[in-house]
Design a binder for this molecule. Sequence first.
Ligand code: ADP
Ligand code: MG
Length: 508
Amino acid sequence: MLDSPQPTPGASTPSEPTLDQQALATALSGQHFIGGRFVPARTGRTFAVVNPATGQEVARAADGDAADVEAAVQDADAAQKSWAKMPSRKRGALVAQCAAVLRDHVEELARLIALETGKALRTESRVEAQVVADIFEFYGGLGGELKGETVPFAPNVLSVTVREPLGVVGAIIPWNVPMLLMALKVAPALVAGNTVVVKSAEEAPLAVLRICELMNRVLPPGCFNMLSGFGPECGAPLVAHPKVKKVTFTGSVEVGRIVSKAAAEKLIPVTLELGGKSPMIVFADCDFDKTVLGAVTSMRFTRQGQSCTAASRIYVERPVFDRFVEALAAKVDAMVMGDPLDEATDIGTLISTDQFDKVSGFIKEGLATPGATGRAASAMPSDPALSKGLFIRPYIFTNLPDDSPLVQEEIFGPVTCVFPFDDVETVLAAANGTEYGLAASLWTNNLRIGLDLAHRLEAGLVQINQNLVVQANLSYGGVKSSGLGKEANLESMLEHFMHKKTIMVNYG
Ligand code: ADP
Ligand code: MG
């Protein structure tokens, strides 16, 4: 079993009884949250939300379409006028108050997200819920930072810029860390004076809906609205709606391109956080044990590798290569795969049968590659109640050719490929040799080499001797096919959720 991640300071015990996750899932069934209240889809249609650890339906979700989008955007647009007039520090204070409410519900949110996604409670779900509260708290404190500039222009002319919100923001999120990725969009959008309509991922609509409900206890109605539904039927009309003035999207490269084209038609700004194939480069002089543990966390094995920043390519300097592969396999072997809601579990399930089949296909292809070796680590859970669970043993592949799909494509599963390297230029070329450019990590005690490579790696985020997951004030976003724009920091709020207006006064 892995050591528990450190809880966030300030995490408190709930002030109201924690609801059982199944009771909560049932209570949230079949609803959007629009204009400050739960409403079903206009068509009355719903779709199943399935627990991937058991295969059982745990709830229904409202099956949103263009009519629901219309209702949500109209309410968001009506609410935006007065929300934008509120002093920005007051908006920030309300968002910080939301953070406090969420902090009181960390346990409940963690259990709900574990139920609908199969992510282990101790290693993933609880951490995600805590980081969500952190993010709202962080942005809540930035209400006074929406500053403009004074611009030297001419004698007797005062030229200043002021920042204004954009209007209604459409946010589209995926299923892997839905609460956190939603918070990265909703928190800065709200503090900046926008209102938001979120379209949740069809695989994981419940926990984000609960967050929306909880935050609506604090926010004026209509500021934060939540729709569930499928991409083409509900996501596309949200992007296309004339009153949506900004789109922020996290998901696949393929859908990112579709969203980006639709936004271009309307000439509205778009932020895209897309896939990754993130390299981890290990030098022989690294702190060996820390780096092996770093590989486990970098690969996000506790999230079944379902992360855009997963270190799915690990390059290890040849003198320590064999030892490293052995040590990594041993570490992963010691991890417990099992019931996501069990405190003893390190590794839960994949999200859906589609992802299960896709990841299984990659593993099969790797195992069939001549000369390649795939080692399965950890053990399948033995509990018969989990026999239908979407569990996949983590795989560590060696000796794969560079052009293998396992090396080039985002697998989004617990599969990493490890390679030996001999010189810096070759490993740099290999690390930069995919279409992606999201994140990278370097492990060495030689900071001259580390910093040199940090500057030459094509990635939006490079970490040396650590590989933290996204959190408040860790500026995050990719280059190349990994996306456009940054999240999680002050600049993302100022640059991506506001525009600058110039005001000039001639007092001569
Ligand atoms: P994944 O492969 O992880 O499912 P996707 O890019 O398919 O990633 O989905 C991410 C989000 O984008 C989901 O909320 C999904 O419903 C939404 N989506 C899918 N297709 C479209 C589309 N054509 N327009 C807008 N949103 C979409
Ligand atoms: Mg999809």
